[in-house]
Design a protein around this ligand. Structure first.
Ligand code: 5CA
Length: 446
């Protein structure tokens, strides 16, 4: 993409309404624009990151054997009356009436709708196990929408639902989700710690939240510092292997890590004092096992091996995709701007032309652009007639992990400059080598 033809409305000044760094940087970097409280347009740069996260979530869900689909945002109230949540959900539920006076709602989550789909089409235990998921906009009329996309009213969420014959099978589905989430967050450059949590309006007493530690997080968390040494890494996972998934759950959830909702001071005191930590965290996902809560209320049964109708065991599993954009920025920025992890960066590298209009510099930038593009990479080329200082400030603000700087002086010596956004370190090298270096970095991500 050439910046001269793009739409990147960066702000020079800090917007006064933004209380936390991710909100400030998303506004300044031209990623979002608020349309009303807790509701945002995703401008091209923000949308690109959102799509990258969505893709990672899809890839990891499909890898785990879960099946993508798409349910609507608007749901009939009657389904929610069946589960009893139409009244129980409270003011967060946006209730709508259509022209025929039918009660509808903007879905805050989809347990009822997916259970209805299941009961309409699945009749036998032989069709299990089944896990369906979608990534769709949700609406919760939060009392205090704040911190930009972190606590929005409209937000983008992946929600997945497992249907199993037995509790044991459903707990394997739970474990599968936990494992796939660990992989997902690591690919995004995040450490998200699974912590014992509370079921809230979804229900269920077996649930973990995934928290990214950050000062601006809304949850208070208590943990054994040894959990931060755990690393998922490059493991080969067989998602059908019950013992392997269970072992990973145990590895990542045995050490003390809880939110304030389930914190147990006595158990926390068993952690050696020097490892006890209290901090704040951003909840980027939550998994639930809730047994037959919805299947019994809504008559979602299958014919069991004994021929009798058996309510299925279910769980639901969410990832806050739009919130993650903010969470990643909270975890990865400096005073100049965002620092995107390579796995989620909107563009793979920036190209800064120090002397736009100079034939040689323009030709060198065009050649770099073509070489990177030919390798399947997406560069963002700042081809505007701006001062170098302004171009550098924009690149630092939007946070692409790598920058190639091209100027007449370097070109005389046959070199360009390759700079890491994270370390600020620069290296001079011939243009083709800079291209190869960037290609290698991204190839290593897989
Ligand atoms: N049905 C279950 C699992 S799919 C569910 O709705 N879980 S949830 O309530 O925990 O939401 C899943 C994730 O969505 C949360 O972990 C959080 O990361 C994200 N989320 C929830 N509310 C908001 C909000 N107001 N703004 C942005 N993200 C949110």
């Amino acid at each position: 993409m050439r910046l001269s033809r793009y739409f990147l409305p960066v702000l020079k000044e800090n917007p006064s309404e933004a209380q936390i760094v991710s909100h400030r940087l998303m506004l300044r970097a031209g990623m979002i624009k608020q349309s009303s409280a807790g509701i945002y347009s995703w401008l091209p740069m923000g949308f690109k990151v959102l799509r990258k996260l969505e893709n990672i979530v899809h890839e990891e869900q499909v890898r785990a054997g879960h099946i993508p689909m798409l349910m609507p945002t608007i749901q009939p109230a009657d389904l929610w009356r069946e589960s009893g949540r139409y009244d129980a959900y409270g003011d967060e539920l946006l209730r709508i009436r259509d022209r025929h006076d039918r009660d509808m709602l903007y879905g805050p989550t989809n347990e009822e709708m997916v259970t209805d789909i299941f009961r309409s089409h699945v009749g036998s235990y032989k069709d299990l196990p089944l896990t369906l998921y979608h990534i769709q906009w949700k609406f919760r009329d939060e009392r205090r929408p704040r911190f930009g996309v972190m606590r929005g009213r409209e937000f983008f969420m992946k929600d997945g639902y497992n249907f199993d014959l037995t509790k044991e099978d459903a707990l394997h589905a739970y474990n599968r989700h936990l494992v796939s989430y660990l992989r997902t967050y690591e690919r995004m450059g995040l450490q998200a710690i699974p912590m014992r949590a509370d079921g809230g309006p979804i229900g269920g007493d077996y649930t973990h939240e995934f928290l990214v530690l950050a000062e601006t997080g809304e949850s208070e968390v208590f943990y054994d510092s040894a959990v931060t040494d755990l690393n998922f890494g490059d493991r080969e996972i067989d998602y059908d292997d019950v013992a392997q998934c269970q072992a990973i759950l145990e590895e990542f959830t045995t050490k003390y890590a809880r939110t304030d909702e389930t914190h147990d001071e006595a158990k926390f005191n068993d952690v050696p004092e020097e490892r006890r930590r209290t901090a704040r965290g951003i909840e980027v996902g939550q998994i639930f096992y809730f047994g037959t809560k919805y299947s019994e209320a809504m008559g979602a049964t299958v014919q069991g091996p004994d021929g009798k109708p058996t309510p299925v065991h279910m769980g639901s599993h969410g990832i806050g995709v739009s919130r993650l954009v903010g969470a990643i920025i909270e975890a990865s920025h400096d005073d100049k701007g965002i620092i995107w992890p390579e796995g989620v960066t909107p563009y793979h590298c920036g190209i800064v032309n120090l002397k736009q209009g100079d034939d040689e510099a323009d030709a060198a930038c065009d050649a770099l652009y073509a070489s990177l593009t030919a390798l399947g990479l997406e560069p963002l080329y700042d081809d505007r007639k701006e001062r170098a200082g302004g171009k550098f400030a924009t690149m630092d603000l939007i946070g692409l992990p790598w920058r190639i700087t091209v100027g007449p002086r370097g070109l005389k010596n046959g070199v360009v400059e390759l700079t890491s956004r994270r370390t600020g370190e620069s290296e001079e090298l011939p243009p083709q080598q800079a291209v190869e270096r960037i290609a290698q970095i991204y190839a290593a991500l897989g």
